[in-house]
Ligand binder design. Structure first.
Ligand code: FEO
Length: 169
């Protein structure tokens, strides 16, 4: 495997675990705000991010590449409103999309078609992640200021359950 592609794929393991950590922090924020549905939603999101990390880990191992695990950064944002959290979520997903695109670009440059095919799932997934994050912001804009509507939105988000990723390596 090309050294740059390898390095970026290895870094992505860390970035995805950081995403899991970040969303656990979001979940913790909402738990403390007594919005258990929002807390549940982000806890499930954290599980998905852990799965993403494991897919990169497994892909490198399947390709007989060395995996190097680095320290996971501390989520250190201080939130002053529910909307702050949701906006940080969208911003983070846009950043992750840019990382996936960078890896794709590096793989494309060296005609690493296998890595490009592996990344195709993530390209689609990032589209969904950004849509979900945008939807959360729209719903909060619409319903966040009315306690009864916020209660119902919280109930809706409480129903989210974890499902394993559709990509299996
Ligand atoms: Fe692993 Fe939220 O992208």
């Amino acid at each position: 495997m090309d050294a740059k592609v390898h390095e970026l794929l290895n870094q992505q393991i860390n970035k995805e675990f950081y995403s899991a950590y970040l969303y656990l922090d979001f979940s913790n924020y909402f738990e403390q705000a007594s919005l258990d549905g929002f807390a549940n939603w982000y806890k499930v999101q954290a599980q998905e991010e852990r799965d993403h990390a494991m897919l990169f880990y497994q892909y490198l191992q399947n390709e007989n590449q060395i995996v190097t695990l680095e320290a996971i950064a501390k989520p250190d944002k201080v939130f002053t409103s529910h909307m702050d959290v949701l906006k940080a979520g969208l911003e983070h997903e846009q950043y992750v999309t840019s990382l996936i695109n960078d890896i794709y670009g590096a793989a494309y440059d060296v005609r690493d078609f296998r890595t490009m095919q592996f990344l195709d799932w993530f390209v689609k997934e990032q589209g969904e992640e950004e849509t979900n994050a945008t939807d959360m912001i729209s719903k909060m804009e619409l319903f966040g200021s009315d306690p009864k509507s916020l209660y119902m939105l919280n109930q809706e988000l409480a129903a989210r359950v974890y499902t394993a990723p559709s990509l299996v390596l």
